[in-house]
Design a protein around this ligand. Structure first.
Ligand code: NAP
Length: 286
């Protein structure tokens, strides 16, 4: 069994990204918009700040209270669109329910949409055209498969989860790479019959240990996107979250040919891919 180690892959790919950053005339900058004070969002933003520091990309965070009006966010994004010092913009999701997520996301210039979630970038993905930004998690999954030399062309890929953030763009990107893709969701009947047919099984559900060995066939490649907090433990540095993926790793790993751990699989690659997009945006802006 090969452990698809996202931290190892990222470390190896970082050198090339650093060289690209060094060749730029300006330090690239990622602007993050945060609304509210969700603990999970704060953790993900902190991870991005740390990685930005590690590779030499500036990261700014603009914070709004959870009861902020949409206009204020949109006008701040429009200001960032015009700011030559900002290479890429992301809105940390989820947003409070009173806000129109689509309107806010689509106020980001497609040229700075490094999360690849604007209609303009999703249309390029839909049409299988180059030149846009792929959503970071999707890009991270593709890079991880490529790093470990796992081909997808002609393979049966089953994606469990159909969110706009992960499931759908990942399924489309794999279809664009000539995989034969099945998308499953909460209403899929006899899910295990479909998941067992996959050469590459990708799970983006968000339910800990949901995919037990009954859903798996011997020799599959399993990509676990899910991240669920299942507890906390005290460490010297304070409280640490205990995370679980969608896959019952312990019992599944014996069967499969390759599998991502959680944490340390798709997560580090998602952050890396986001910063790859920031660097590309900066290169394009000249
Ligand atoms: P989401 O919007 O909640 O979507 C979850 C999907 O799972 C939905 O399509 C849902 O189906 C499907 N689902 C729920 N129960 C199911 C069941 N019993 N059988 C089959 N499908 C089922 O979540 P998301 O934003 O896509 O995120 C999914 C997970 O990935 C979360 O744990 C999240 O934290 C994690 N994540 C990780 C990364 C990373 O970098 N590793 C990045 C983003 C997200 P319906 O559409 O029918 O409701």
């Amino acid at each position: 069994m090969i452990l698809l180690d996202g931290k190892k892959a990222r470390l190896s790919l970082c050198q090339k990204l650093r060289e690209k950053i060094a060749a730029l005339s300006l330090v690239p900058k990622l602007a993050i918009v945060q609304v509210g004070d969700l603990k999970e969002s704060a953790i993900y933003i902190h991870q991005k700040e740390l990685f930005g520091k590690e590779i030499g990309v500036a990261v700014s965070v603009t914070r709004f209270p959870s009861d902020v009006g949409e206009e204020l966010i949109v006008s701040e994004i429009i200001r960032m669109n015009a700011d030559e010092g900002v290479s890429g913009i992301i809105v940390q999701l989820p947003l409070p329910s009173h806000l129109d997520k689509n309107r806010i996301i689509n106020s980001i210039s497609p040229l700075k949409d490094v999360d690849g979630l604007t209609n303009a970038n999703l249309k390029l993905l839909w049409e299988n055209k180059n030149g846009g930004f792929l959503p970071a998690t999707t890009k991270g999954i593709l890079s991880l498969l490529e790093f470990y030399g796992i081909p997808v062309s002609g393979k049966k890929v089953v994606v469990v989860g159909r969110s706009s953030l992960v499931g759908k763009p990942t399924a489309l990107a794999l279809l664009n790479r000539d995989a034969t893709v099945t998308i499953c969701h909460s209403k899929t009947a006899r899910l295990e019959l479909l998941t067992r047919q996959a050469d590459v099984l990708i799970s983006a559900v968000g339910k800990p240990k949901f995919l037990t060995k009954d859903f798996i066939s011997a020799g599959q490649v399993v990509i676990d996107v899910g991240i669920s907090v299942v507890g906390t433990e005290k460490t010297e540095k304070g409280e640490k979250r205990i995370l679980s993926g969608d896959v019952d790793f312990e019992n599944v790993q014996k069967l499969v040919s390759a599998i991502t751990p959680v944490p340390g699989g798709v997560g580090p690659m998602t952050v890396f891919s986001l910063f790859e997009n920031v660097v590309t945006a900066s290169e394009k802006a000249g």
